[in-house]
Design a protein around this ligand. Sequence first.
Ligand code: SF4
Length: 413
Amino acid sequence: MAVPGSDQLGLYISIPFCRSKCTYCNFASGVFPAHEHARYVQRLIAEMRQARTWSESLGAHLPEAVDTIYLGGGTPSLLESEFVDQLFHAIRTEFSLSPESEITVECAPGQLSDDTLAAFVRAGVNRISLGVQSFIDSEARQSGRLHTRQIVLNDLVRLRSAGIRNLNLDLIAGLPGQTFASWVESVSTLISTGVPHASVYMLEVDDESRLGRELLSGGARYHADVVPTDDTIARMYEYAIEAFNDAGLVQYEISNFARSGHESSHNLRYWQRRPYLGLGLDASSMLRESTSLAESDESAYVLRSTTADDLNGYIAGSQPSETAWLSPDRQHEEAWFLGLRLNEGVSIAALRREFGHHRLARSLEIVTRLAARGLLTSAGPVVRLTPQGRLLSNDVFQEFLEQAGAEHASAAR
Ligand code: SF4
């Protein structure tokens, strides 16, 4: 049996340039001189041209047909139009792009020139994601964002006039200075724009961002002292789910909401474990083993690869990517924690077919335990997170990871 969804590829292209660094940002992005853009795009194109040789040398299948492209970052809208043209010319030369492809670009409000927008339209870009984070100007400013509410609204008019109507706006719950009342205002402003897709992220606290470090160690320089409490952030998230749902933006993933038919096809492929090739700084790929395409059985493996996160090392090609084949046990674990992110849940029958009865039986014991704690429901053939499980999703996913850890340990003995 052929592995479902293995014949179409998603392309992720990382553009790590930003005009300023947001205080909460933990991505591999930075403020680099504009003259790096040319070198970077040349390196991206070279990496794209080498991708087939690279995948063949590893025994991985790289589909030729591409049906989703995602330019993320960073701030891809900072690319000059000539580089957008070069990049898409290379994509169309190396891959076969379906006319119905979803092509998304992440943009920072107020940081998309008319020339670059025209190049996106020429290239076939049909979906734009704007990193708004908050419609309250003081909150955006305190987090290092350079836009205002009015700039976002103006950008939406420009994008729609250019024919791009498939629009996503991102919000973050938990920004410094945010209150429940200001969150309600951001959510209702987003709804009033009529966009068909919204994403809501809860502020991440880790030592990879300046704000995260300050939250862990104390201080007020990045306004960690006025970050809302965890309880308030949870209430903000629950409020957004309800308000978006009432407005027809239905939750389909922990952080994502869409009108019917506007779900992000590219992001769905991550959660559905369909193949993608990541190009650029700190990008990841997931490809299936060539030999596993004919026979989908317990011996099928997938390849995961992540490129370096140092810009000069990447441009020079001197930093190799980290590459590993995932065993069926690891894939089974991923199938749970990626699949549970989706509101449609995880199909028991599909997992049994792919991973066998024995592996699944062990996971179903975890499901029973988590259902007793009110974090999962397992009505009939599908397992889903409950609303409480969505709030505590990291705890749920950890249970599946711990099972895999215990299995690896016992296999090693
Ligand atoms: S624009 Fe995005 S990638 Fe750039 S610093 Fe801000 S959050 Fe990070």
